[in-house]
Design a binder for this molecule. Structure first.
Ligand code: ZN
Length: 91
C-alpha cells in the first residue's frame, strides 16, 4: 500500500505542552476501535499535511501500515466546533 493510500484520521488538538508549546496532543477518532487514539503533534505542522503514525489499535486493518493523522482543516465542518471565539466562552 502506498503512503498516499493510507487512511487519514483527523481530530482535535486536545492539549499543548506547557513547557514546550511546540508539542501538542492530537486526539483522533478511530473507526475500527470505536475509540479515541492520542498522538503527538508538532504544532508548527500544517493540517494540510497528514503525518504518519504507528496505529494505536490492537490489531485490525490499520495495524500493518499505520495511518496518517492531522487536525481538522478550517474547511472541515467539524473544525467549527473547535474554534474558540474570544469573549464567547463559558466560564
Ligand atoms: Zn484504533
Amino acid at each position: 500500500m502506498k503512503r498516499s493510500q493510507y487512511p487519514v484520521l483527523r481530530g482535535t488538538i486536545t492539549s499543548i505542552n506547557r513547557i514546550d508549546p511546540s508539542a501538542g496532543i492530537l486526539t483522533v477518532w478511530c473507526p475500527v476501535c470505536r475509540d479515541y487514539h492520542e498522538h503527538g503533534w508538532t504544532m508548527a505542522d500544517s493540517a494540510r499535511r497528514p503525518s504518519h503514525r504507528v496505529a494505536h489499535c490492537a490489531g485490525g486493518p490499520f495495524h500493518e501500515h499505520g495511518y496518517l493523522v492531522a487536525p481538522w482543516r478550517q474547511s472541515d465542518p467539524e473544525a467549527v466546533a473547535h474554534v474558540a471565539v474570544p469573549g464567547r466562552g463559558k466560564r
